[in-house]
Design a binder for this molecule. Sequence first.
Ligand SMILES: [Zn+2]
Length: 269
Amino acid sequence: MELKDNQVKGKNVNPPVWSKNTSGKFGDKLPDTIVLHYTAGPFKASLYTLTNPRVKASAHIIIDRDGSITQLVKFDTVAWHAGRSSYKGRTGLNKYSIGIEMVNSGYLSKSGNVYRSQFGSAYNPSDVIQAVHKNQTTPKYWHIYTEEQIQTVTELCRLLIDEKGIKHIVGHDDIAPSRKTDPGPAFPLKRLEKQLLGDSRHEDGGEELPEVGRVVASALNIRETPKTGMKVAQALKKGTKVKILDEVNGWYKISTEIEGWVFGKFVET
Ligand SMILES: [Zn+2]
């Protein structure tokens, strides 16, 4: 993957589909931020929306479920993805940031064993994680991101850090927390930020903690503390996706409907 004339090139990159929904060039030493989003819709519909002159929205990049990249706006040009937003004393993040959209359905509703997106598509339990959004208090079901998407977005962010001097990677839910939930808890934003921009704010210095895992035992008990003892809820079923918050002596602190500790051996990451 490489940048040429503010355009990404490489084997995983589709021909660009240029959007006219822009407002000119960035100012001096900008952009310095990447804002990550989910599309809350399929690739084609999202591409149509973000290139439609009647819709006042765009982004620089869409990453499809297969990890392929489509560019809509050059990296030296302001796109319209952030909306009303503020971060670290600045408002209106469009003029400071590159917007990357990932094809993902966001939060899902459950009926029986089927999960549905807001636009009606159905998903299997294996495509879903249950987690509490960092700006919310109750758990919801969230569409997972594919490994290919995470690999591509990592590579692209690394390239933009090197070539454009990006200093911050944030979610739309960090810059517009009252309006937005993307990219949401299914996306390993903290891990990505630490991996690419790791700095002294993260002082634990320990090994990388996986962010998401899947239960591989037929039933896995959740405990109040990281040892065999008090159970706090019903055992988790095999295949359940969990968000991993902490690790102590081979136990994972996980979050599903509730938080608790499980024996790490039974969670595949
Ligand atoms: Zn967004």
